[in-house]
Design a protein around this ligand. Sequence first.
Ligand code: SAM
Length: 245
Amino acid sequence: ADFGFSKVRLDEKQGLVDDVFHKVAKRYDLMNDVMSGGLHRVWKDILIAKLGLGRHRAFRHLDVAGGTGDVAFRIANAGGPGTHVTVADINTGMLEVGRARAEKMHLRNQVDFVEANAEELPFEDKTFDGYTIAFGIRNVPRRDKALSEAYRVLKRGGRFLCLEFSEVDVPVLDEIYKAYSFTAIPAFGKVITGDGQPYRYLVESIAQFPKPEEFRSMIEAAGFQRAAYQRLTGGVVCIHSGWKL
Ligand code: SAM
């Protein structure tokens, strides 16, 4: 299926993505639970376990495309008081929801929110011990730039982790998944936010995302070592990782 996203110019893609997340910011967390049947929580926990956080070590983390703070709060809770997380996102609507959530969770001291583009991060070289991007890199028009920026802001020994939708590699499940994503996701989107069209773009961007092996090469091209990936839930999502050594 082709809803036209492939024909959209690179510099227009960001605008479309921004419209989607402005529209859904207030309902984003609910949407995530509904559309993934709660699975996104499990996937995020597996992602965070890979950081190997110790409760008393100082750890400075950057969560890019961090939206409403979901990944950041998990990291702050797992890492304890020595952990500080910066959430960077291009969308002020998502960041506002995140700040309010942080307030409620009493995590304002440990988590801060910065408006930033993944392609051009406003941080100095070698600032962070860890970098995550969950369901975000797919939306970034120039992914190679985002990966180089990830490399630049990490310290030596820093960990890069990316959680993203992938290709389902189990027969039958892949057909079910395709049918689900191309029909049910826009339908949920329409019910919850009043407009299904933005979700069609998002589903299509999943179909167009590079295959795991190809994305692994891109991570290496950005300078990372020991780039690897792990498929979860039959390949619905994939965790990509690398080290800045
Ligand atoms: N990481 C969060 C999570 O897993 O719940 C949010 C993921 S949400 C699907 C994608 C986020 O990417 C949105 O908040 C959007 O604003 C952000 N985003 C899109 N393009 C971006 C860019 N170029 N730089 C930074 N963030 C971007």
